[in-house]
Design a protein around this ligand. Sequence first.
Ligand code: PLP
Length: 385
Amino acid sequence: MLRSFNIDKLHAKLISKPTLFKALSYIDKQIIQTPFLLIDTEKMKEKISLIGENIRNSKVFYALKANPDVAIADFVSKQNIGFEIASEGELKILSSLGIKPAKIISSNPVKSIKFLEMAADYGVKCFSYDSTDEVEKIAKYAPRSNVYVRLSVPNEGSEWPLSKKFGVELDDAVRLLSYAKQKALNPIGVTFHVGSQCQNPYNWNIAIDKAKILWDMAEREGMKLSLLNIGGGYPINYTKGTISIDIIESNINKLILEKFPEDIEIYIEPGRSIVGDAGILVSTVIGKAKRYDEDWLYIDVGIFNGLMESLGGIRYSYIVENNKSKNKRWTMAGPSCDSFDVIDRNITLPEPDIGCLILILSSGAYTVSYASEFNGFSIPKNILI
Ligand SMILES: *Cc1c(COP(=O)(O)O)cnc(C)c1O
């Protein structure tokens, strides 16, 4: 069966044509059992080669939590970049693929003892931290490790802010670097996270300025740092175009060249920007209803089995199958019986029939990695195309 989709100009701007073309031809050839998540490996490859391109002396570590699928991790590792992880489960995925410990770092400032033991045993040597307790834990369970302190930086303008949970101010940061040294750890640098889906390039300016102040404070305390880890945060297109990665990176690179010594090493930890816009969730319309004056559309993927980030404000773009009808305003909901399971309100889409497919664009990151089988609805499988 050949399916037809309502693709408009905006879709064509938001998503790369080859990715969409591959997804559509995959769907046409299959007997469809939704939901599933198509991942365009060529797109991932393109993003991986782009990221770090414009930052001198940089190394890239994929933040595995964005999508920890084994086949994706395997593909990423073959592009010769490393991984950023936080847990035993993530380490197990990498060890099952035989990833070398030198390719693994952990930038979660608060790690479990079990994870620290496992990671140290595996040979992982790079950890972030932002408390004295964490210094003591790392010194005990992963002695002599390289450590970098997490600074708190503004997250305004990022759609998924992370600043409140982690990071310390400058005075604490320099104290923590000294304390790590005192505990026979090797304090090598500083890290921060500007917030995920960061649309405000100025956040990186502020963060890099702050890192530079810390750098000099550490030097005055007799510590020579060598690593600036700029975390993740690069944005992707959801419902509108975003600032491009090469522009963000050229700005970052310029700042670093101006402020820091020549020989420093830069780490970048992208998650969303590697796998997000390579992914298209394929779902099916399972119901429609008129409630008061609202038109509701129910699909087989929702908050609990993939679209959790909707709750935090991420909005997706949708391509609807097979319709000739006019646009209508919809409230879109997932399949479960829970009233939290509302994906989007006031979206304009042509009316699909029950059984029609809905493609959810830029949904490769922070979707299936969050998903549960709540209420018996299946978690979409990653399918690499
Ligand atoms: C989640 C996370 C990342 C990835 O962030 P993105 O916004 O997805 O690029 C990087 N570093 C750390 C420490 C993280 O927790």
